[in-house]
Design a protein. Structure first.
Length: 63
């Protein structure tokens, strides 16, 4: 499954060895999340609503 998904990396991650980031893929009802530096080590999937709540919480924490 992970090979056929369309993965997106954060626009905040750049090239090079020092940058760590996650990638996400839209599964329609769930969001798949994986480590961009080790994509074959595993994938976490969470409901879209929970993912959106996580992102909103992170945005509030950085203000």
């Amino acid at each position: 499954m992970a090979d056929t998904l369309r993965w997106r990396k954060s626009s905040f991650s750049g090239g090079g060895d020092g940058n760590t980031c996650v990638e996400i893929a839209d599964l329609h009802t769930r969001i798949a999340i994986r480590d961009s530096k080790a994509p074959y080590r595993g994938t976490l999937t969470i409901p879209v609503g929970s993912f959106n709540a996580l992102i909103q919480s992170l945005k509030r924490a950085t203000v």
